[in-house]
Design a binder for this molecule. Structure first.
Ligand code: ZN
Length: 237
């Protein structure tokens, strides 16, 4: 695979940009242990399936929800924008604003713990070499080595003792932590992908059950859903 398609793959994969999980965990261990509780690789079950969150820190200032992104080069973005831009090797790429994805995590956590969203802080973590040109008010984008500094310096609403206790209780009891459960989670994802493929092979839209139609687009032929534009499922040939 050449570099360009590798980068494109990474961008579209987005979610799975795991930059040295260990480097982030090591950085988080610099936080005062008596005040901050760290949860790495948290998986929570919700009605919509399970949600995976890279790192969570329950600190006196708030609950920090960390999403790691392995994007290099220069990143431009703002809190409200739908898409962000990456400049790398003289080329421009765009990807979905990762703060939106992380906001989804915060909504799930806020619901599960039962404390307001304003007590959560969204933090995107990039490799240290990445140049970040990001405008945010209620969120942060930092390099790995800047995480603990950011959290220590954060002046937020602050959690009450009972809110912090509640957060810790939910995160330690509802995290799908056992090996078996994680394996089952991975298995379920694989099965869903398989089911989707089978469905496409039978000419049925895996998203809505509509009929798949062969269409021609700017970039070649593809299968599109007969329920377009209500359903935007597409599969390249
Ligand atoms: Zn469909």
């Amino acid at each position: 695979m050449n570099k360009l398609s590798q980068i494109k793959k990474e961008i579209s994969a987005g979610i799975k940009g795991s930059i040295g999980e260990h480097a982030v965990s090591a950085e988080l261990r610099k936080l005062p242990r008596d005040l901050c509780y760290i949860y790495n690789n948290v998986m929570l079950e919700t009605e919509k399936g399970s949600t995976q969150i890279d790192h969570i820190v329950v600190a006196p200032q708030g609950v920090f929800v960390l999403e790691t992104k392995n994007y290099q080069g220069t990143i431009y973005g703002s809190e409200k924008a739908q898409k962000w831009k990456q400049y790398l090797g003289g080329k421009e790429y765009s990807f979905y604003n990762p703060l939106r994805q992380n906001y989804g995590h915060i909504k799930v956590l806020s619901n599960a713990i039962g404390i307001p969203e304003k007590l959560f802080v969204s933090v995107l973590v990039f490799p240290d070499e990445t140049k970040l040109m990001i405008e945010t008010n209620n969120a942060a984008a930092v390099g790995i080595s800047g995480i603990s500094h950011y959290i220590k310096g954060y002046l937020g609403y602050g959690l009450t003792r009972s809110q912090a206790d509640k957060a810790r209780e939910v995160l330690s009891t509802q995290n799908i932590i056992s090996f078996v459960e994680r394996r089952e989670h991975v298995q379920r994802i694989k099965e869903n992908i398989q089911k989707a493929e089978e469905s496409v092979n039978q000419g049925i839209c895996p998203q809505c059950g509509g009929k798949l139609l062969l269409r021609k687009g700017e970039y070649g032929a593809f299968y599109g859903c007969s329920n377009y534009p209500k359903c935007r499922f597409k599969k390249k040939l």
